[in-house]
Write a protein that binds this ligand. Sequence first.
Ligand code: HEM
Length: 371
Amino acid sequence: MAKLAVLAVLASLLAAVSCKSSLSKWSIYIGYGYPSWGPWGPPQGQGYAPRTTASTQPPPRNDLKVGYYAGKNCSNAEEIVRKAVVNATAGVQAGLIRLFFHDCFVRGCDASVLLEQTADGPRTERQGFPNQSLRGFDVIEAAKDALEKECPGVVSCADILAFAARDASSILSHGKIEYYPVPAGRYDGNVSLESDVLGKNLPPPFADLATLTQMFADKGLNQTDMVVLSGGHSIGRSHCPSIDRVQPPNSPSPSMDPALAAKLNQTCDTPDNATTTVPQDDVTENDLDIQYYKNVLSGRVLFTSDAALNSTDTRELVKRYAGDISGALEWYLYFAEAMVKMGNIGVKTGPPKGEGEIRNKCGFVNPPKAN
Ligand code: HEM
């Protein structure tokens, strides 16, 4: 009898979570032309219950559409990108998610982060300090080469990045983050400046909560989005010099788990410190999961910006994601939502009015057209 009662409680909890999930799943795509909401569609007439902890919905962008390339005679576009991402290592897949974040935060999601050279010269975003450790460029370029063979001049590098970040999220979370629909139709920018990066658009690892909240707000993302997206630090690696919590003036950080501090000091105290890397989450290094939030609460995170989430304003949300199955399910869902929302930042449009182009090679702007 007691067992039955427990099962009934569990069943109602899961039902409540999955109900919330399906509502969330469709609400994010309103305005993107997602065809009749496919398998994710809500039954007609079912009311929309407002959510308590979700990221706010992105303002719909009329210039982005789910399934955009099917309408451009390139229906294999997303599959071609996925093949390139599947073949990458888990570390490079993590790098692809970071690459998308660093692209979107500087001049919008326009692939400006990929440029090696522009009309302004070679001092592009790639040379900016936090970008020197980015990885995944080869995967994007391989996908672009394959796409140029299949449908030349059609798929933008900015969209390849958005697809690749989605694919990597789905793979590294072992499908817990769904293969979510990505609105596409972005054009590639042709300006990329090293001076735009450091301290201007990308938050530094020593940022406090107020700075992080403001820097995300400047991009149209709220504090919940920031907390949700920071879960990206449950995968990938960091170079020792980035770990501000074990360096003066922050060291020893009183809120860092002493065992982790000792381990980091030992690993990073080497002559080749600059090239030494450590996992961001040393419990489940290659799983995009909610372990990050447990690490925030137990002081096992690398940066001040991670530890800042254990502040009064955000602690409850962190506890929720770290807590039980319903919090975890919510995070997997909202991570996808927040990635879609991040993908709206500063989108470029194409000719005749827009300033964007479809690059031939992701590392270089197109040569000027001959008259
Ligand atoms: C909230 C502000 C953020 C700060 C201050 C920050 C800072 C950093 C730093 C310093 C590193 C280590 C770089 C290195 O030394 O190699 C890093 C790595 C990483 N970040 Fe963030 N980050 C932030 C937000 C995000 C977001 C929003 C995402 C994705 C949604 C993300 C995904 C990653 C990933 C996946 C890595 C590991 C990359 C790899 O292994 O190549 N970060 N971040």
